[in-house]
Design a protein around this ligand. Structure first.
Ligand SMILES: C[S@@+](CC[C@H](N)C(=O)[O-])C[C@H]1O[C@@H](n2cnc3c(N)ncnc32)[C@H](O)[C@@H]1O
Length: 374
C-alpha cells in the first residue's frame, strides 16, 4: 500500500529562486528523505487547488520507513514546506483527492525576523540556506541532533550570519568564521540588538584571537536564553563567531567536533564592498586552502553542503580538491543546479569524509539522480 503526502510549498519571496524552487524541492527531498529513511520515496511536483506542492509517495514494500511522527517532522522541516496534507483517498483520474491536514511538531524556535531583518548585497537566500542546513544535517550520522539542539553546525564562510541565524532558529548552537571585519561587526551589532529587542537574557564577549603570539582576528562568544536561570545553568544557546581567515580555523576549534558543515562559497564575482582586499581568492583557491582544516574539525560521520557557482568552480575540480582533503563528493554535477543571475549558475555539492560509516549507502542516492537534474 502506498502512503501519499503533499508538501505545500511556500511562495518564494525571491523571483529568481521561485522559478527553480519546484525542482530544488524535489532534489532536497530526495537527499533528505533518502538519507533519513534509507530509501528515496517517489517524488514529483504537483499542483493542488492551484497551489504548488511536492508529492511524496512511500510504498510500504519492505524497505525501512519512518514512523508517522518522524515522517511528518521530516516533511514539515523541508525548506520550502508551508504545510503537509496526507492524501486520504485518491479520486478517479481528473477528480480532486480527499486531503487530511497533518499536525506537525514545531521545529523552529525564535521569531522569523531573526532570519529576515538583515538585508545586504551578497546575502544568501534564506530558503536556500535552510535547504543547505537540512542537506548537511541529513548526511550526518548524528542527524537526529537537528531536532534536539545537539547537532554541531559550522559555517566557515558565514558572511553576516544567514546560516548561523537559521541554526539558532533550529535551536542549535552554531559556529561561524568570516574574514571580512565589516561583516563580523555588522553581525555582532545585529545580533545584540535582536537579543535586546526580544528580551533574551544574554552575554556577548569579544576577545582577540591569538595563536602562539600571532594575531589572527577576533572571537565573539554569545550565550542566550529566554530566562536568567537557564542562562546561569548553561542551558542557553551558544554561538561562536571567529573573525579570521577560514584556512586557520583548524587550529582554533576542537578537532572532530563538527557534525554538519554548511557554506556558500565566494562566487568569484564582484559583490559590492567585497571587491579587492588581499584575502580575495578564487573559489577554488579558497576551497583548496581551507578544506584540510575543515576536514580536521569534522567527525567521521559528518555531512557537508557547499553552495558553488558552476561558472567559477567546476564539479570535477571541486571533487579533486575535496578528495585531496579526505572528503568524498557525493552529489552529481548539476544535482541542484539553478540560475541566480547572469554570472551565477549555482549548484550544491554534497560531501562526506571518506571514512563516513554510511559513505557507500549515501553515494548510492546519487545514482538515480545522475540523469535527472532539476
Ligand atoms: C557567498 S558569501 C557568504 C554569504 C553568507 N552566507 C551570508 O548570507 O551572509 C562568502 C563569504 O566568504 C567570506 N570569505 C571569503 N574568503 C574567506 C576566507 N579566506 N576566510 C573567511 N571568510 C572568507 C567572504 O567575506 C563572504 O562573506
Amino acid at each position: 500500500m502506498a502512503e501519499v503526502s503533499l508538501v505545500l510549498r511556500a511562495p518564494s519571496a525571491n523571483r529568481v529562486y521561485a522559478q527553480a524552487a519546484g525542482g530544488l524541492a524535489v532534489a532536497e527531498a530526495r537527499w533528505v528523505l533518502g538519507a533519513h529513511l534509507g530509501s528515496v520515496p517517489a517524488l514529483r511536483e504537483r499542483s493542488i487547488g492551484g497551489m504548488a506542492a511536492l508529492e511524496v509517495r512511500q510504498d510500504h514494500g519492505g524497505t525501512a520507513t519512518a514512523d508517522e511522527a518522524d515522517l511528518g517532522r521530516l516533511l514539515g522541516s523541508l525548506s520550502s514546506a508551508l504545510g503537509v496534507l496526507d492524501v486520504a483517498e485518491e479520486g478517479p483520474a481528473g477528480t480532486a483527492p480527499l486531503l487530511r491536514p497533518r499536525d506537525l511538531p514545531g521545529t523552529l524556535h525564535h521569531s522569523a525576523d531573526l532570519e529576515t531583518i538583515l538585508r545586504y548585497p551578497g546575502k544568501t537566500n534564506e530558503q536556500f540556506t535552510a535547504m543547505l542546513v537540512n542537506l548537511a544535517a541529513a548526511l550526518s550520522t548524528r542527524r537526529a541532533g537537528l531536532f534536539d539542539g545537539a547537532l554541531a553546525l559550522l559555517d566557515p564562510l558565514c558572511g553576516r550570519g544567514t546560516t548561523l541565524n537559521r541554526a539558532l532558529r533550529l535551536g542549535l548552537s552554531p559556529l561561524g568564521a568570516e574574514i571580512d571585519r565589516k561583516d563580523v561587526d555588522a553581525y555582532r551589532t545585529f545580533l545584540s540588538t535582536w537579543l535586546r529587542d526580544h528580551r533574551y537574557r544574554h552575554t556577548l564577549d569579544s576577545t582577540r584571537l591569538t595563536v602562539r603570539g600571532e594575531q589572527l582576528g577576533t572571537r565573539l562568544e554569545v550565550e542566550f536564553a529566554a530566562e536568567k536561570k537557564a542562562l546561569r545553568e548553561g542551558r542557553g544557546q551558544h554561538l561562536t563567531l571567529l573573525g579570521c581567515d577560514t584556512t586557520r580555523i583548524g587550529e582554533l576549534l576542537p578537532s572532530r567536533s563538527v557534525d554538519a558543515l554548511v557554506a556558500d562559497l565566494p562566487y568569484g564575482v564582484q559583490h559590492g564592498s567585497r571587491a579587492g582586499g588581499a584575502w580575495q581568492r578564487s573559489p577554488l583557491e579558497v576551497l583548496r586552502a581551507a578544506a584540510p582544516g575543515w576536514r580536521s574539525l569534522l567527525r567521521d560521520g559528518a555531512g557537508l553542503a557547499l553552495a558553488v557557482n558552476r561558472r567559477t568552480l567546476a564539479h570535477d575540480q571541486a571533487a579533486a580538491v575535496l578528495a585531496e582533503a579526505g572528503l568524498r563528493l557525493l552529489s552529481p554535477d548539476g544535482a541542484f543546479r539553478h540560475r541566480v543571475d547572469q554570472s551565477i549558475d549555482r549548484d550544491v555539492l554534497l560531501a562526506v569524509p571518506t571514512d563516513h560509516p554510511r559513505a557507500e549507502e549515501l553515494a548510492a542516492l546519487a545514482a538515480d539522480q545522475e540523469n535527472d537534474t532539476p
